[in-house]
Design a binder for this molecule. Structure first.
Ligand code: DC
Length: 226
């Protein structure tokens, strides 16, 4: 089973690129940010103030991830929450929840269980996949872009009422929390291949990752589907 780890800051295009690569090779997909978002939604709805208590309030099947790259689905206690986890109230709090060591420990176990279930391959995106969640990943990528490009991308995705500057400020604030927390922060490591998507389109990023997968001979049949 092949694991591709794609880490990087918010708005670098990780989700779109990861889904496209997974779909191309007929692999599964895991958006680990979505799991942190689900726990954040849970804490907001249950009014849990002390985030370290969140894991105690959940059971092993409280969060279900269905990782088809075409139509990924997240269920929180049986309820589909795909769009709710992208709401502003969740986005505002998620970095704080993700900094809690108990939350990270709980999700580490869940992420590894999901990855272990993959049959042929899985593309996993997040902040600490190559460093902590799956250090043995066959290919580790750090996908980044400058703040202006990331904010533009996010703004287009959200078609939001925010100005570009407001989105830049929010992304920069999340970068600071995500990169400076004590447990498993966002960081670059030597084994990662860095892709700076500032001046690349999504298609170019996807082609580059596909090229790496094929060059490393991680897929049996990728070449024939090119
Ligand atoms: O990728 P995203 O914006 O949906 O991630 C939401 C938050 O979750 C982000 O602020 C950082 C956190 N996160 C994390 O700490 N570790 C991961 N592997 C994935 C996401």
């Amino acid at each position: 089973m092949v694991v591709i780890a794609i880490d990087g800051p918010s708005g670098s295009g990780k989700s779109s690129a990861s889904r496209a690569v997974a779909a191309f090779f007929h692999w599964e997909y895991l958006d680990t940010g979505a799991l942190y978002r689900a726990l954040t939604l849970f804490a907001i709805e249950r009014d849990v103030q002390d985030f370290s208590l969140i894991p105690e309030l959940l059971t092993s099947d409280s969060i279900m991830w269905k990782g088809s790259p075409e139509e990924p689905q997240l269920l929180l206690e049986g309820r589909e929450v795909n769009s709710e986890i992208r709401s502003e109230r969740v986005t505002k709090r998620v970095s704080e929840v993700a900094a809690d060591p108990n939350v990270r420990k709980f999700l580490l176990t869940l992420q590894r269980a999901i990855i272990n279930q993959a049959r042929f391959g899985i593309v996993v995106e997040g902040r600490d996949i190559g460093t902590t969640v799956w250090p043995d990943a066959e290919l580790k990528i750090f996908l980044t872009a400058d703040l202006i490009a990331r904010a533009e991308r996010r703004n287009a995705e959200l078609s939001s009422h925010f100005t570009n500057k407001e989105i830049q400020d929010a992304l920069a604030a999340r970068d600071v929390v995500d990169s400076n927390r004590s447990t498993s922060p966002l960081r670059q490591i030597d084994e990662q291949i860095i892709i700076d998507a500032t001046h690349f389109s999504l298609e170019e990023v996807v082609s580059e990752i596909k090229r790496l997968v094929i060059e490393l001979e991680l897929s049996d049949d990728g070449e024939s589907r090119e």
